[in-house]
Write a protein that binds this ligand. Structure first.
Ligand code: NAP
Length: 293
């Protein structure tokens, strides 16, 4: 068994981005790429995620800014913020951190973002282009998974790929990316959800199993084929006396019992999560280079 080491690959890519920022921007007297984040309310997970993005931006030499608003901000006011970010030429790309408070329609907010600045890749224009295999901003988490598979030279072509979970941000886009006519891609994909029958048997036939269900420890050894590649997207904070933070991170896969059957597996933490942030950096760089319009 080998680890798909998201930490290692994320560091490699961050070094590559930092070099590009220096050579293509700083040394030429240009402003470095600028990523902005809109944070509404004080959801702890969202605050942690936005701080991690700021830290990653600093590490590669990007400018980062965070626009913070109380959870009672109106939808109209948030539209104004997005209109401002869309029109500010100093900002190359931005994200609106989700989840948003219940009185705000997330779809309307995402549709308001200029697709050329939508570095989260959630705008319907970018989703549509992804399906058509046109240049676009890919959603960060599935993009990170594809990068990880690519960097480890994992062959997807013709392989039996099973995706557990069909969220708009992870399961559905990764199922499209794995099946697209591209490299990596050309996989044969089965997408499972809560109406799927006999998930255990379907999963146990997978050469490549992607798990994004939000169900801690759902995937057990009997659901995994010998030699499979397993990617665990799930993140769960489990209270623990053993750590300073008071919690441990666990995934949707029972790592200890599954790892022995895999050719490759992502750890949690240290797998997909770190690749998600790196994908955002890659998308911001593309935005600054005006590669996606
Ligand atoms: P989500 O929006 O809650 O979607 C979960 C999906 O799993 C749904 O499609 C649901 O089916 C399916 N599902 C849930 N229970 C099931 C069951 N018992 N049998 C079959 N299907 C089931 O989740 P998400 O946003 O994709 O997130 C999934 C996990 O990944 C979470 O733990 C989240 O924290 C984590 N995550 C990690 C990253 C990262 O960077 N590492 C990024 C995003 C999310 P239905 O559609 O039928 O309801």
């Amino acid at each position: 068994m080998k680890l798909l080491d998201g930490k290692l690959v994320a560091e490699q890519i961050k070094n590559e981005i930092a070099r590009e920022v220096k050579e293509q921007f700083i040394d030429k007297g240009l402003e470095p790429p600028h990523l902005a984040a809109v944070l509404v309310g004080e959801d702890p997970a969202s605050m942690t995620y936005v701080s991690a993005k700021e830290k990653a931006c600093r590490e590669v030499g990007f400018i980062s800014s965070v626009y913070r608003y109380p959870s009672n901000i109106t939808e109209e006011k948030l539209f104004d913020v997005i209109d401002f970010l869309n029109s500010d030429d100093d900002i190359n790309g931005f994200i609106v951190q989700v989840p948003l408070p219940g009185h705000i329609d997330e779809h309307k907010i995402i549709e308001r973002i200029d697709p050329a600045k939508d570095i989260d890749g959630f705008h319907p224009v970018n989703i549509g282009k992804m399906v058509l295999n046109l240049p676009c901003f890919l959603p960060a988490t599935p993009m990170g998974i594809m990068t990880l598979l690519d960097r480890y030279n994992i062959d997807v072509e013709g392989k039996n790929c099973v995706v557990l979970g069909r969220s708009h941000t992870v399961g559905t886009p990764i199922s499209i990316m794995l099946s697209r006519k591209s490299k990596p891609g050309n996989g044969t994909v089965t997408l499972c959800h809560s109406f799927s029958q006999d998930i255990q048997t379907i999963a146990s036939r997978a050469d490549i199993l992607i798990v994004a269900m939000g169900k801690q420890g759902f995937v057990t050894a009997d659901m995994v084929k010998q030699g499979a590649v397993v990617v665990d997207v799930g993140i769960h904070r489990i209270p623990s006396d053993e750590t300073k933070s008071g919690f441990k991170l666990k995934g949707d896969v029972k790592f200890d019992e599954v790892a022995g059957k895999c050719s490759y597996i992502t750890p949690v933490p240290g797998g997909v999560g770190l690749m998600t942030i790196v994908s955002l950096l890659q998308n911001t760089l593309k935005a600054a280079k005006k590669e996606i319009i």
